[in-house]
Ligand binder design. Structure first.
Ligand code: NAP
Length: 461
């Protein structure tokens, strides 16, 4: 038996004899980090290793024994070893019979094996009670104490008592166990650490694609066209003017794309006369990432607000204002205030501010800490009613601002519409169809369908 001498002290030394000994197989990164945390929480820890040599990396007070010796000392054994080495456990089947084996392993690829590692372990050792846990917590986070991003520990297993024992350890370590059910859930839990923002992929790619498209569209019309046909070098527009055109356009389109799948869903349900048939896959996926689309839209809207506030600081704006003042001074004539222009500019600013305020409110209520504190009706009121109001205000903001270009022939450079006209296509389509959908003759059948009524019921009573 070897005792290690590294200087990790138990934070709860008096409770150590009250806690049951835990055995950890494997003295690698994760085994050491978990053992360290357990000793701090007052658990006696015994390691099962291929080598019982002393190593000063192993936590103080932990014993290091052979696998067979260590397993005999504890009812719970944490297998901190890669799946491909699990075969070495088969000769230990008798010693491990009736023990709780905690599988903490992860894979390198999604669905790497036909069955989960935990199920594989259960097949190798049918007499043991296998529980899946801790795989979403990293060794680094355990060791450094920075567990904020991974405080939840997903636990699953077929033996309820064994699962409870593991969940008690999770709680004792200051983490939050989340019961995911039977061992069938292990595959899903093993896939979690391999996923990289799965719900954000489509919204991110779409936003990047649209941003690039609108950026080059503005570059062609505002910089290249003016250079070729008007001999003006406005290349500096690339830094400020074009981003401040693209951001509001993206914010408006993404906000409309949050509500567009709901419109498609309503049309499909009306057409089919039932809600009991699945939507096409693409629509299901789109509906699931509406929050992400909205949050990216909010980021664009916030950037637009900051760009707009910083606009008076620009050299180009001071030059243009100065030019206007000098022209009036040279002509010795003060231009009277154009109240129509004043009305238009005040209106689009007010509409933009109100729309942005509601957009921020939608973003705040989509945060789990806020949405968990409102009931379903309140959540729907904000996300649906106030969301549509935000879309109306933002669309009106763009219409009032960009409207002056719609009828002007000079706006159609290379016969292409202005970017503001393009940005209004999706929001206007959403609002027009939504307006039709709230007509009683359409809304009533739709509400009935959503309450379970079917036009051609498959199973009649
Ligand atoms: P590691 O540093 O490579 O350690 C693995 C340990 O397994 C070795 O130290 C060794 O311990 C033992 N081992 C290696 N080959 C063996 C064999 N042929 N037979 C028996 N035992 C063998 O790996 P790790 O990072 O600690 O990861 C261990 C497990 O935890 C993996 O399944 C991993 O997916 C999972 N995990 C790791 C992390 C992390 O952040 N590292 C996070 C979550 C889950 P002895 O020398 O003492 O025998």
């Amino acid at each position: 038996m070897n005792k290690n001498s590294s200087n990790i002290m138990a934070l709860a030394p008096n409770t150590s004899n009250k806690r049951e000994t835990v055995c950890i197989f494997g003295t690698g990164d994760f085994g050491r980090a978990l053992g360290h945390k357990m000793i701090q929480s007052g658990y006696p820890v015994v390691y099962g290793s291929r080598s019982t040599q002393i190593s000063n990396l192993i936590p103080k007070d932990a014993e290091v024994l052979s696998h067979a010796e260590a397993a005999q000392k504890a009812a719970i054994i944490i297998i901190a070893i890669q799946r491909q080495h699990y075969n070495f456990l088969t000769p230990l089947a008798e010693i491990l019979h009736g023990k709780v084996l905690v599988d903490i392993s992860n894979n390198l690829k999604l669905n790497q094996y036909p069955e989960s590692n935990a199920e594989y372990l259960a097949q190798l050792l049918p007499g043991s009670k296998v529980v899946k846990a801790f795989n979403t917590v990293s060794a680094w986070a355990l060791q450094s104490g920075t567990l904020d991003a991974s405080r939840q520990v997903f636990v699953c297993g077929d033996d309820v008592e064994a699962k409870q024992m593991v969940m008690n350890i999770v709680r004792a370590l200051g983490l939050t166990p989340v019961d995911k059910g039977s061992l069938l859930a292990a595959q899903e839990i093993e896939n979690y650490p391999l996923q990289l923002f799965p719900m954000w992929k489509f919204p991110m790619f779409l936003s990047l694609g649209l941003t690039a498209f609108f950026f080059f569209y503005c570059l062609a019309l505002d910089v290249i066209y003016t250079y070729i046909y008007e001999n003006n070098n406005f290349s500096f527009f690339i830094a400020f003017t074009i981003p401040n055109r693209v951001c509001p356009v993206m914010a408006l389109i993404l906000l409309a794309l949050v509500y567009l799948p709901g419109i498609f869903a309503a049309i499909i349900q009306l057409y089919r006369g039932t809600k009991y048939r699945r939507f096409p896959n693409w629509l299901d996926k789109w509906m699931l990432c509406r929050k992400q689309l909205g949050l990216i839209g909010l980021a664009f809207a916030s950037l637009h607000a900051v760009f707009t506030l910083a606009s008076p600081l620009r050299a180009f704006v001071s030059w243009r204002t100065g030019k206007g003042i000098i022209a009036q001074a040279l002509n010795n004539k003060t231009e009277p205030l154009n109240t129509t222009t004043a009305w238009i500019s005040d209106s689009y600013l007010a509409l933009g501010i109100l729309g942005f305020f509601l957009f921020v409110l939608l973003g705040i209520t989509s945060l789990p800490s806020v949405s968990n504190n409102v009931n379903w009706r309140e959540f729907r009121f904000v996300q649906s009613k106030l969301g549509y109001l935000a879309l109306i205000l933002c669309t009106a903001h763009t219409l009032v601002y960009g409207g002056k270009w719609f009828l002007s022939p000079s706006a159609y450079k290379w016969y292409l519409p202005n970017i503001y006209m393009l940005s209004l296509v999706v929001p206007c389509a959403v609002l027009v169809v939504k307006f039709v959908l709230i007509f009683p003759c359409v809304d009533k059948p739709l509400t009935r369908i959503r309450q379970g009524w079917e036009r051609n019921p498959k199973y009649s009573e």
